[in-house]
Design a binder for this molecule. Structure first.
Ligand SMILES: Nc1ncnc2c1ncn2[C@@H]1O[C@H](COP(=O)(O)OP(=O)(O)OP(=O)(O)O)[C@@H](O)[C@H]1O
Length: 261
C-alpha cells in the first residue's frame, strides 16, 4: 500500500482539538470530559494543584499517551488512528521540554542538542555524529539563541540547572517544531532563572510563530506569560480564560484543599 500523505496546515487547522476526553490509569480517572481547542500562536498556561492532570494532558497532546475515551486531534489528525510512520511525522512537529531535562549528562552539550534532530537523521548519521558531531552550525545557532554559544563542546554536567534547561530548549529548537509543550520547565529553578526561561520561551514562540502549551506551578508566571490560562482541578477543566479574567476567587477555588470547593 502506498504511503498516506498527512497534510498539515496550522493556519487553517487548530493545533489541538480535544472533545470529551477521558484518560484513566487503571481504575483511576486522571482526566474527565476535557474539551479544548488550541489555535496556532496561542500561549496556553496549564495551572492547577498537584495531581490535577496537567502532565497527563501534555502527554495526550504530544501523543505519548492515548485517550481512554473521547477525541484528540493533533494538527487535524487523530494520532491514535494513524500508522506509526505517519504518527511520527506528526510528532516531529511537537517538541516537549520536561522539568527533568532528559539530558545525557556525561555527553558534550552538542550531542544533547543534536538529539532534537534524530527524528530527521538516519541511524548511520546519528551514530557517526557521536564521534564526529554533525549539524554543528544548526546546534551552534540554537545554543546562540538560548545564550549558550560558548558551550557547544562543554560537558553537560558542568552546567548549572538553569543552563541545562536552556540546553533542553536548544534541543527543541533544532527540532524546529510547530508546538512547544513544556511540563513544569521552571520548577527546579530559582525565581530569577524561572523568569528568564519563561521570557525565552515566550520570545521564541513569538519570533517564530510557534504555539506554546506550558504547565506551571507558579500562577504569577502563568498570568504574566500566558495568553490563555487553563485551570485543571481533579482532572476537569475548572476554567479557560484570558489572564485578565482569572480572578483571585477562581485561583482560590482552583487550589482549595477541600475536595468539593
Ligand atoms: N502512570 C500512572 N499510573 C497511575 N496513576 C498515574 C500515573 N500517572 C499519573 N497518575 C495519576 O494521575 C493523576 C494526574 O497526574 P498528573 O501527573 O497528570 O498530575 P499533575 O497535575 O501534572 O501533577 P503535578 O503538578 O504534581 O506534576 C495523579 O493523581 C497521578 O497520581
Amino acid at each position: 500500500m502506498g504511503s498516506v500523505i498527512v497534510p498539515i496546515d496550522p493556519s487553517s487547522t487548530p493545533i489541538f482539538q480535544l472533545q470529551g476526553v477521558y484518560h484513566c490509569f487503571g481504575e483511576f480517572t486522571a482526566l474527565a470530559d476535557v474539551s479544548l481547542t488550541i489555535a496556532a500562536g496561542e500561549r496556553v498556561a496549564l495551572i492547577g494543584p498537584s495531581g490535577a492532570g496537567k502532565s497527563t494532558l501534555l502527554s495526550l497532546l504530544n501523543g505519548s499517551l492515548r485517550a481512554t475515551a473521547g477525541k484528540v486531534a493533533i494538527l487535524g489528525h487523530a494520532l491514535a488512528d494513524l500508522p506509526p510512520k505517519q504518527r511520527r511525522r506528526i510528532q516531529r512537529h511537537l517538541g516537549t521540554v520536561y522539568q527533568q531535562h532528559h539530558l545525557v549528562m556525561n555527553l558534550a552539550v552538542i550531542h544533547n542538542v543534536n538529539a532534537g534532530q534524530l527524528g530527521r537523521w538516519s541511524l548511520g548519521k546519528a551514530a557517526v555524529s557521536l564521534v564526529w558531531p554533525q549539524g554543528v552550525a544548526t546546534a551552534a545557532r540554537a545554543l546562540g539563541q538560548v545564550g549558550l554559544a560558548d558551550h557547544l563542546y562543554g560537558r553537560t554536567d558542568r552546567l548549572s540547572g538553569g543552563q541545562q534547561q536552556r540546553v533542553a530548549l536548544a534541543r527543541v529548537l533544532v527540532q524546529d517544531p510547530l508546538v512547544i509543550l513544556a511540563d513544569e520547565p521552571v520548577s527546579s529553578l530559582d525565581p530569577a532563572r524561572s523568569q528568564d526561561i519563561m521570557e525565552l520561551l515566550c520570545q521564541l514562540t513569538l519570533s517564530q510563530g510557534k504555539t506554546l502549551v506550558v504547565s506551571l506551578h507558579d500562577v504569577d508566571l502563568a498570568l504574566r506569560y500566558g495568553t490563555r490560562i487553563v485551570g485543571l482541578r481533579q482532572g476537569q477543566l475548572l476554567f479557560d480564560a484570558p489572564p485578565d479574567q482569572v480572578t483571585p476567587a477562581l485561583i482560590q477555588r482552583l487550589y482549595a484543599l477541600s475536595p468539593d470547593a
